[in-house]
Design a protein around this ligand. Sequence first.
Ligand SMILES: [Zn+2]
Ligand SMILES: [Zn+2]
Length: 141
Amino acid sequence: MSFQGSCLCGKITFAVTEFEPLIGHCHCTMCRKFHGAAFSTFADVKLKNFKWLSGEALLQSYQASNNTVRQFCQHCGSSLTFCSSYNNNDNTIEIALAAFDDDINISPDAHIYTDTKVTWLKLNDGLPQYRQYRDSTQGEK
Ligand SMILES: [Zn+2]
Ligand SMILES: [Zn+2]
């Protein structure tokens, strides 16, 4: 079984065979800016379960001040991956879940970094909400 995804222009395509269990909706300001959206949803994937199918040469990287690296398509700007030192040590990469073209039968498990959630979005899906990362204090439900 393989799940395929692509950027907006379609030049970059990728495939994942298996997802790791934790998938959070991230409300941090960097995810908001990078996606141009209220929050991001990245899925953790082992590197051995991920591959680029086409357009890898079009990938552009942005390294933020906290050394996390985000990759996007230099042609259409779609944000595709996220990588921190945690991911590097864990041999994983985080893939933007909304870029998949195939239906994926998995569910995000939490909202994280809700301290910086936009005020115009109401959360009512019943998932746990963490003010920062998962092991931090749970915010108001
Ligand atoms: Zn593209
Ligand atoms: Zn984030």
